[in-house]
Design a protein around this ligand. Sequence first.
Ligand code: SF4
Length: 411
Amino acid sequence: MKRKVAISPVQEGDVDAAVRRAVGLAGGLQELVKSDSRVVVKPNLCQPQPSGTGIVTDARVTEAVTRMVLDMGAASVVIAEGSIASFDGESVSTEECFEVSGTADAARRLGVETRYLNSDAVAEVAVPQPLVMDRVKVARTMLDCDVIVSVPVLKSHIRANATISLKNMWGVQPGAAKREGHRRGLDLAIIDLLSVVRPAYAVIDAILALEGLWRYPEDAQRMDLVIAGNDPLAADIVGCSLMGMPVARVRHLDYLARQEGAVSGLEQIEVLGEPLEKHRRQFKTAFDAFLEAFPGIRVLQGGSFCSGCVHEIVTALRHMKNAGYEAEMEGLSIIVGNPSQPPAAAKTAVLGSCSETLAGFGAYASGCAPPEDATIEALCQACGADPETVKARRDETRRQWWESTAALLLR
Ligand code: SF4
């Protein structure tokens, strides 16, 4: 049976009506939300930004979803989020994110509690079939509820290529625990996390979506849409399609689609409401936007290129630049994803198992994705930089970050 995902336009600014229409078309919430249900509504409030910038979920969408759940007589409803903890800076105040986005006002209007997951009680849970994390730390609120409704905003992502309703669960890990999965490979870490805590429903804010590097307003894409579905994976696949992003480029979605079999692509999804084709755009990926900051570097991408290697390339290039090797990086070519026509360039690195047959074209790092150290070593070897200097600089940056985080936690 096909999964149902609905796309509803926001007409005359009536977000509440658009959310109700999308949820209704997708089959409603009545199968999930009962009178004894404890429901968590989980928006994306990663940064202290206002609604309408595309960086965070528009508070009007969160409010409309929460009101629907309240109207159904759920036993309890909370709006919960744990904002980002960056590599180089301090943990962002989730409370501030609620206030600045307008979500706190929405919760006050509805008489609903807000929960700051970075300071919630923490449970450490074993991952049943671990890929990269044997155990995950999860905010207790997310485990003690019956239903999670993920309410993300539609946008690109520098490491995962897209962040929609399943990636939105990353915020349920408390504070610095969010960083650990980034180090181990974000996409597979997302899958480990989802095996422990997973949303049952998705309502996606695609009113103002973001492409590229989330710069507002230059990366904004006004779509005026709300997407809903009782299979968040299916809803995310539709979200990807609206962004012109092949699911194969979003590794955690591609992995789940292949693993679970129920939804492996748009063919298994019945799209209701607005026709997908009418609204499909071609978003610039965050990775392409990132590379614009390195005009002297060429990335030759084959069809297998996915976010596993995106993550490694972004991390390695950033650390090489921080270590002072920008001049050496000029003219570097990176072969990834098994392209059919690799270049004959002096400075060439070949990354990842899927490009193994092209290893002879340059310095090679194996693995799927290659480990961070191996990626740094291959890129450094290709352009004559010292990998130990880069790794030392990286470790120092991370040490400083941990110290600043520890100082915050001890306050
Ligand atoms: S080696 Fe290929 S398939 Fe594996 S993460 Fe890299 S690009 Fe993706």
